[in-house]
Ligand binder design. Sequence first.
Ligand SMILES: [Cu+2]
Length: 115
Amino acid sequence: MRRLLLLALVSISCKQQPPAPKASAGPQVREIAVTGKGFEPARVEVTPGQPVVLRFTRKVAETCADAVDVQGDSVRHMLPLDTPVEVKLSAPPSGELAFACPMKMIHGAVVVVAQ
Ligand SMILES: [Cu+2]
């Protein structure tokens, strides 16, 4: 009984602490396909201030999204058919980062969500 009570107290005190940043956690990888509908998903959620990898894979030949521009990244990333392309970035403290095809007709966003 005493041990159960102790466990309960430990779990309560753990919940009251602010979430500690996971130092050992790798980047947040988000898979994004380019299909006939555009980017899928068109919105991905990430944790503030953490490294992010957007892994784009173009799955259709007929699309104007054969490359992607990501806000805050000066490099245009070509998207060869069926080839995963990783775009590394750091999530801002809040807000969104837009991404789009070079003509800005097909777009999406990385949305920062506080945990
Ligand atoms: Cu386009």
